[in-house]
Design a protein around this ligand. Sequence first.
Ligand SMILES: C[S@@+](CC[C@H](N)C(=O)[O-])C[C@H]1O[C@@H](n2cnc3c(N)ncnc32)[C@H](O)[C@@H]1O
Length: 344
Amino acid sequence: MRSNYHSVYFEISGFCNARCSYCHSGVQRPDKARFVSPELFRDVLYRLLAKNIICDKTVISLYNWGEPTLNPKLGEIIGVINDLGLRYAISTNASRIPTINYDFVRNLDHMIFSMPGFSQEAYDRIHGFKFHEIISNIDRIIRECRQHGYKGRFSISYHVYRFNVDEMKTCESFADDRRIRFNPYFAILNHWWEINDYIKGTLAPDRRAAAERDLFTLEGVHQVLRSAPKTRYRCPQNDYLNIDENGQVVTCCQIARDHPDYACGNANTDNLNVTLNKKRYQPVCGGCIRSGLAYYLNTALKRPSFYRPSIRQRITLLSLNLEKLSFSNLTKYAIKIAAKIRQQ
Ligand SMILES: C[S@@+](CC[C@H](N)C(=O)[O-])C[C@H]1O[C@@H](n2cnc3c(N)ncnc32)[C@H](O)[C@@H]1O
């Protein structure tokens, strides 16, 4: 049996309150979605630990499509993480502030703030929240975590759309002021059925036009599909274990809930050997790899080549990395950074 997955994504909330027009969970409200119970969460993790599928170094990311801070039992769920001696990560739209105390930060590995731009106009187009409230929530979350002794990494995942390129540097400066990582990458059409329709040419014309207007990642998609490695392509999704709030082991992070190959088995009740083996040989995977879609989806989330990090951002990254690096790696890293700065 496969052991020690690099990453585990455990959906603790099947719902999201953001209205992201290019994300599955913003467009559709799934039928069977619910919040994970602390009991199911504990049972599944306990089973994975007992079978050596995860270990105490595994970071459990408490999201896939949903908004983790909506789960009313988030505190108890983090209590399970603490009891089992695991570490966890959160990605949030920052519309809600969770209860932050010592237990919350104790095993927090990192926290991501997802942002669709840095203005009310951008938020009106994508998330639908009040921008000033999000900014104030991010500030409060950072402050309270640090007050409780958290020294780990915060980062902003800035989704780059054609309409928010001009706002990137203001957001970076916001990150620099707070000594947090600014991580811009291209937004994708984060919707299984729509990206498949787009590729086949069957996406509704108005939807297609809007997506092409807003997203960089549809430009040249057919070329990427044609040139993608197809034989012997090892989909990186094999290294991720994805579990939904019902305990189902999900085929990959992109597949839709109403796809017939969505789940491989239940991590709480089914034989884990069989379930994890099935995950590697789902019928949908062959077609996804042969069409080049797997390659496209795994490579589209790129950092824009036109983005140049500020000096303050480089220093922030350097200081965040310092703790992790050995002396020899540190020297190599410093040389690399110095060379990059000289190039500019
Ligand atoms: C669907 S979100 C769910 C977690 C949480 N609600 C959030 O907003 O971060 C999961 C991850 O997908 C990323 N994401 C969401 N929409 C995206 C898009 N259109 N393109 C690229 N990444 C996206 C987010 O930054 C987040 O890290």
